[in-house]
Design a binder for this molecule. Structure first.
Ligand SMILES: [Zn+2]
Length: 269
């Protein structure tokens, strides 16, 4: 009796997960965001670490990295307006100048405006601690999203959400492959992953950190163009896709972490 009940229950739960899984396609999955946060944690200045302790105590950036996604399940509408903070949409194949011009002209609140807004709030000691903590939660998350290339994608396919593909024969969409599947395929915990990636030399680190925010967006945009070109609707993705994009994926996670550290070091003074 009991066993049958459990099997049934398990089947229902499994079915529910299978049905709803494709809807949970927001941003780097939890692992990707934690990798970015963990790498950032390793590159903080002494001053930033001290300031950070006042904001998050003994917790880690990785623990704070996914809150901005979790609040999407809040039913009170408190955070509804923030769902558009996680991405920007731009037309295909713009030159760098055109891209930056368009990025700056995008209407309303978006990933570009909110990384700046959250940085400002975090830096502002006249604001209540709680507001600065929320700004920090968003900042950790949004700098991660900025480095998921399809968060700097195209409007017509919702950053790849409408491009149907299979991942090892399982139906999914392109956005979700980049949020989750590719990261999970590496089979590292977030701390293992962060340690493995975090080996760049000083010169390389400076090169990635010392460019303006707009260039970071353009970086992701160029990679998004490459992804779009190589992954048309109906693509069947598996080992070869991982082989083609593994280095790009790893570089994005590393750049995300280093650049998050750069912002926090500047803001937390
Ligand atoms: Zn996000």
């Amino acid at each position: 009796m009991h066993i049958r009940f459990h099997v049934k229950y398990f089947k229902v739960a499994f079915l529910a997960i299978a049905i709803f899984a494709p809807l949970f396609s927001f941003c780097w999955g939890v692992t990707g965001h934690r990798v970015v946060a963990e790498i950032a944690q390793n590159h903080l200045t002494r001053r930033a670490k001290k300031e950070l302790r006042k904001l998050i105590g003994k917790e880690t950036l990785a623990q704070w990295a996914n809150w901005a996604d979790f609040i999407k399940s809040d039913t009170t509408n408190t955070w509804k307006h923030t769902s558009q903070w996680h991405y920007v949409d731009l037309p295909a194949n713009l030159s760098k100048d055109e891209f930056i011009e368009d990025l700056k002209k995008l209407p309303g609140e978006n990933l570009y405006t909110q990384i700046q807004a959250m940085s400002k709030q975090l830096a502002d000691h006249s604001l209540p601690l709680e507001q600065r903590q929320i700004a920090l939660r968003f900042l950790i998350h949004l700098v991660g999203d900025l480095h998921q290339p399809l968060h700097v994608g195209r409007d017509e396919d919702q950053g790849g959400n409408k491009i149907k593909v299979t991942w090892f024969d399982k139906p999914t969409n392109l956005h979700s492959v980049w949020d989750n599947s590719l990261v999970e395929f590496q089979q590292y915990s977030y701390t293992e992953y962060a340690n493995i990636l975090d080996i760049a030399g000083k010169e390389q680190i400076n090169e990635w950190q010392d460019t303006p925010l707009e260039d970071w967006f353009y970086d992701s945009y160029l990679l998004a163009n490459k992804i779009y070109a190589l992954t048309p609707d109906g693509s069947k993705l598996s080992y070869r896709y991982n082989y083609i994009f593994m280095n790009d994926l790893n570089r994005q996670l590393l750049k995300g972490g280093l650049r998050l550290a750069k912002i926090l070091n500047e803001v937390l003074k």
